[in-house]
Ligand binder design. Sequence first.
Ligand code: NDP
Length: 331
Amino acid sequence: MADKFRAILVTRDEQKKQSAALTEIGEAELMEGDVTVRVEATTVNYKDGLAITGTAPVVRRFPLVPGIDFAGTVAQSSHPDWKAGDKVVLNGWGTGETHHGAYADYSRVKGDWLVPLPAGMSAHEAMAIGTAGYTAMLAVMALERHGIAAGRGPVVVTGAAGGVGSVATALLSKLGFSVIASTGRPAESGYLKELGASEIIAREELSGPAKPLGKERWAAGIDAVGSHTLANVLSMTSYGGAVAACGLAQGMDLPASVAPFILRGVALLGIDSVMAPQALRREAWRRLATDLDRGKLAALTTTIGFDGILGAARDILDGKVRGRVVVDMRR
Ligand code: NDP
């Protein structure tokens, strides 16, 4: 390991004003942990955008290396499950929030947080999926556990042109579901159809105040948006259906009524990727290795270098990022 290596550090001044800059750190500045990983690829998720810009209090310890996920190779390990040379993936567990995260050439973490990089998947592909894609898989698995199968009817995906939405669309379509993609970017209709959406609806159809019950339009939903959008998705879910809630791009509120729950037996399924137990993570990554079309994954991915992270963080909050952004740390 070099004496100094690249890192982004988020710092806070005496007025509690937060800023992020490219810098260098040394091994001694890495945090506690029993596995040191050479980061080969990372990504810019919505949460990373919030962390880097300081738009929401994602970073809760200063100074901190942001970045909630990475794929790489173990450089050093005193953990029984991992040895130097193992290929690993990390999502969440507070990295990029309270523990130094992905935006450095090396990250030291707890071995218990790591999952093996699935066989046949590159670090680049794992980060094209990233936490957004792994969350989309958790959402699909939650719907399946609720008994939602392809024959039940269409599934609506909100924020469809974003990271969670793009991977959810590709996954659901590969699994045989008919996907209704809701987007605020009509120019991305062709992109969403290529990922497997059979119908595109405008974001505005779902973003205003919801009626307690609307016309039954879909059997299930994967919602990355929250607020009125989630309320509308619930109100238009057919009898016995389910909605997996995983995001808050419109807002953290939920201005809904209980009508879909008590009159249609609709279920609201909460999705958390950060503290999800190991068994669920491993299952999600196994499924991602088989149930996600690699050609579609490539089509939804843009690759940038380390120098592009700060710009991508602003872009994702401005809704300018389509699909997923991979940071290739070799660049
Ligand atoms: P992206 O920015 O890539 O996607 C969000 C999408 O939401 C945008 O592309 C846009 O889609 C839509 N959108 C943005 N702003 C609004 C708005 N004001 N009203 C309605 N729709 C809007 O982010 P990610 O896919 O990385 O994350 C999506 C959400 O999921 C975030 O809120 C994130 O925090 C959350 N998340 C939660 C996780 C968990 O563990 N529960 C894990 C990962 C992410 P379009 O242009 O198609 O309309």
